[in-house]
Design a protein around this ligand. Structure first.
Ligand SMILES: [Zn+2]
Length: 288
């Protein structure tokens, strides 16, 4: 009898294992959205390695294999992950792919003035929650047994975001209105939530080497209105910064836009929380 019970247990755990959903996401922020919904019920593979830029991602053969065997693929869109987009397009499997920038529900903003859409959509809490809802619905379609868990976990994320927002608004609302610069125009969604806007972007497009004329224009802007803080990110090049700020001191703060430095168990609310903290800690300091 005991042996029989063990057998049943073994069968049950085997079927639970097989219920694991195989998810492939392009960048870590998407993992931080999907993982809290699924916990042990999913295997999530992140394609862009920690501490490297999605703007400069090159696909490996094992990434390609992961794409071919995934139950669900989630990525931002052609504008952020060009190479990945082409590879996924080549797979010819549209119903199990969430290409977020193409979904009308996602709230997008234009980048500077060149007509492109800003791909850093996860830096808006509302967008991240919406992405969580989209993932929840796709997963329900894949595995009905997850319905209740997915609904509960989604509600928890929603509550956590609502609770955190008040504190974020208070902290950023209290910051002095000082000019600050960003390395590339990546935090527009983040800023818009708090009615803040940088005074200067150093590099218009991190995928293209900046021309000398553009760099000279940035140097003039720095001289005209010296920023107190410069927010850098994983795409930043220190020699470019040193050249541009040769005559002007500036406080530099690297923003962890992809959540690479977050501990295990973090979610997208923790990512935004760490950004609020880094953003504020630089601007809270007095003049240089
Ligand atoms: Zn970027």
């Amino acid at each position: 009898m005991l042996r029989f019970a063990f057998l049943i247990l073994a069968l049950v755990s085997a079927s639970q294992l097989s219920a694991q959903v195989n998810l492939v996401v392009s960048i870590k922020p998407l993992q931080l959205i999907a993982e809290p919904l699924l916990e042990n019920n999913a295997k999530i593979r992140v394609l862009v390695p920690d501490s490297s830029s999605p703007h400069h991602y090159t696909m490996t053969p094992s990434d390609r294999l992961a794409l071919e065997t995934a139950d669900l693929i989630i990525y931002i869109g052609q504008q952020l992950e060009t190479e990945l987009h082409d590879a996924i397009d080549g797979l010819g499997r549209d119903q199990s792919v969430l290409r977020l920038l193409d979904l009308p529900a996602i709230d997008t903003r234009p980048l500077s003035d060149d007509g492109r859409v800003d791909p850093h959509i996860w830096l808006d809490g509302g967008n991240s929650l919406l992405i969580a809802a989209l993932i929840r619905d796709q997963l329900k379609a894949l595995d009905e047994s997850l319905n209740q868990q997915l609904d509960e976990r989604y509600r928890q994320l929603e509550q956590q975001l609502i609770a955190a927002r008040t504190g974020w608004k208070d902290r950023i609302g209290a910051l002095p209105e000082k000019p600050y610069a960003v390395y590339h125009d990546a935090i527009g969604y983040f800023e818009a939530q708090f009615n803040r806007r940088h005074s200067l972007v150093l590099i218009e497009n991190p995928e293209i080497q900046a021309g000398i004329r553009q760099l000279l224009a940035v140097r003039r802007s720095i001289a005209d209105s010296p920023p107190v803080c410069l927010f850098t990110d994983v795409t930043s090049r220190q020699n470019t910064i040193d050249t541009l700020f040769a005559d002007h001191p500036v406080r530099q703060k690297e923003l962890d836009l992809l959540g690479s430095r977050l501990p295990d168990g973090a979610n997208f609310v923790s990512l935004l929380d760490s950004l609020v903290s880094d953003f504020s800690s630089c601007l809270e300091q007095g003049d240089l």
